[in-house]
Design a protein around this ligand. Structure first.
Ligand code: SF4
Length: 567
């Protein structure tokens, strides 16, 4: 299995776009924050999950270069080659399929991920099978393995090569979260939501772990294996599965687990938990859809999102708010006010995305039904990533203006609220100030762990920011107030450490911004991982005579019909 080949953060003939790098935060959350942008790479989680759940020998290439992908095709024989991709990367998928046909004509090509939602995909790329939705079940069925077997969750760190202010912050695996995928899909079924649509849309989802007990056992194993204490929970609406979440809370309490969970959750669901429950569950970071003022989404019904964000952040929970540019009622005249409303939430992070009818979603059917979709000659699929252009004629916003509104929203958020790192440190401090006097126990230990960097490195970062913003009095005053608060909380040692660390951070930030200005970009390292069967096979191949090697890599199983699309 493979993700599409790099490099990613550049315009090229395969449809890579400089504006669409393989970095979640820099792509769509902190994209205008220059040297303060959070730079990191996340794994292709779907592929890691499938690989861990097949018995057959399986090699995974994550972020290969084109040359590395060709090398793999030249040097090893495969029966099945799976590619996971999003629609914007269709040009690369096409080239990969051509290369597979050239070097391994016997291989069956299986295509999955969000690209599988694209209508007429089979006409656009030379694939044999298109799998829409649950790839584990499809592969198990195809390979003749037990489709109902329990899911084996891989132990994988969620990100790598993390940097901010030019400083490499990704050295310590203990400071990184592990991925945890309890379910995929979301039954709420918002009209634009590709992930919900990919796993069945409204009313549907796929549970990999039904109970809190199962999930707890998996988390214990991963924590032990990777020596981590935090989880990036890749579940579109983790808290919606209330019974499972509350059982997990009971078990965490019973076993004194001080884990931190980063979760995705809709506002109404979040509001249905008490703060005690959220803090008890270790929720330290939430990605929440704010969508837009007066948007008619049921998940926001009756929720004062500003009050909710303030409540969460006052308990140390970092909020990533997500707003949409270009909802039905958005016009050039009301965009500034709508942006101000979004920015006034003062979330730690803020994602802005264009309202995009992705194939497979109800919104796509609606826009297509209205005849408003742009033909591919006018709108290349490579631009279908939500950070550049509308893929359709918007009722009120003239073509070309959407990117200006999008960038204006990011810039306004950055100008008014300052760097996300500043906001994050402030929220961490608020959490500690609230919980530092709690009796010793897992809650206090978690807060103490999370706030630990404020005693030195984060204090230094704020010192550097205050210096950086010295000519912008409003922001400089905010930085200064936070720094004084940090000093008052942590004392003289922090006061001594902050200036030298801050000087280094200030220099590093300037250095980083100078090289970004010259066009510097980051690319993820290529990874190659083999499952246990593939490793055993490799060992056997090393010992066996050359003649027997080809036979050994064959996997058994009968071709199964595609879940969606066709051979
Ligand atoms: S609540 Fe969030 S995850 Fe669920 S369907 Fe709506 S946008 Fe998607």
């Amino acid at each position: 299995m493979s993700s599409v080949f790099g490099p990613y953060a550049k315009d090229d003939e395969y449809g890579s776009r400089a504006v669409n790098p393989m970095e979640l935060y820099h792509n769509q959350v902190t994209r205008v924050q220059e040297g303060f942008s959070l730079r990191m790479f996340h794994r292709s989680f779907g592929l890691t999950l499938i690989q861990a759940n097949v018995e057959a020998p399986c090699t995974l290439l994550d972020f290969p270069t084109r040359e590395r992908f060709i090398e793999e095709l030249r040097e090893n024989d495969y029966d099945v080659i799976g590619i996971g991709a999003i629609i914007a990367n269709i040009g690369k998928v096409n080239r990969m399929c051509e290369l597979i046909r050239q070097y391994q004509p016997q291989a069956l090509i299986v295509l999955g991920g969000h690209i599988a939602s694209k209508d007429n995909l089979a006409d656009l790329v030379d694939t044999d099978v298109i799998v829409r939705g649950d790839g584990i079940r499809w592969f198990r069925g195809f390979l003749g393995e037990d489709e109902q077997a329990a899911i084996r969750h891989p132990a994988v760190l969620s990100c790598f090569n993390a940097r901010i202010m030019g400083v490499d912050i990704g050295h310590n695996p203990k400071g990184t979260a592990a991925i945890l995928i309890p379910s995929v899909g979301c039954p709420v079924g918002c009209n634009f939501c590709s992930t919900s649509a990919l796993f069945g849309g409204k009313g549907n989802f796929v549970n990999f772990f039904e109970t809190g007990d199962e999930l707890f056992a998996v988390m214990c194993r991963i924590a032990e294996e990777l020596k981590i204490r935090s989880f990036f929970v890749l579940d579109e609406n983790f808290l919606l599965h209330r019974k499972r979440a509350l059982r997990l809370l009971e078990l965490m309490e019973e076993h004194h687990k001080e884990w931190t969970l980063s979760v995705f959750s809709s506002a109404r669901v979040l509001n249905s938990y008490t703060m005690e429950q959220l803090v008890g569950l270790g929720v330290g970071w939430v990605w929440m859809g704010l969508e837009g003022e007066n948007s008619a989404y049921r998940k926001l019904d009756g929720v004062d999102t500003k009050a909710l964000v303030e409540r969460l952040q006052s308990h140390g929970i970092r909020v990533l708010g997500s707003s949409i540019i270009g909802l039905e009622g958005h016009t050039p005249e009301n965009m500034a006010a709508l942006t101000d409303y979004a920015v006034s939430h003062n979330t730690v992070f803020h994602q802005f995305m264009l309202y995009t009818p992705n194939p497979g979603t109800p919104l796509y059917d609606e826009v297509r039904g209205e005849g408003a979709l742009l033909p591919e000659a006018e709108f290349p699929l490579a631009d279908a990533h939500g950070q550049y252009r509308f893929s359709y004629r918007h009722k009120h916003i003239p073509p070309g203006m959407e990117e200006q509104f999008l960038l204006a929203a990011f810039r306004r958020d950055f100008a008014v609220n300052g760097p996300s790192l500043f906001r994050l440190i402030r929220v961490l401090l608020r959490g500690w100030q609230r919980y530092q006097d709690q009796p010793p126990g897992r809650i206090r230990r978690r807060f103490a762990r999370e706030v630990f960097p404020l005693r030195s490195t984060y204090a230094g970062a704020i010192w550097a920011m205050r210096k950086r913003y010295r000519n912008q009095p409003e922001l400089a005053a905010k930085m200064d107030a936070l720094l004084q608060d940090i000093y008052a909380t942590f004392g003289w040692l922090t006061r001594l450490l902050a200036p030298p660390i801050g000087l280094f951070a200030h220099w590093s930030l300037a250095h980083e911004e100078a090289r970004l200005a010259k066009g510097w970009t980051y690319e993820p390292a290529s990874l190659c991982e083999k499952n246990a069967a593939a490793l055993a096979l490799e060992g056997a191949k090393a010992e066996a005579p050359a003649q027997s090697q080809k036979k050994a890599v064959r996997v058994s199983g009968n071709p199964a019909p595609a879940l969606d699309g066709s051979a």
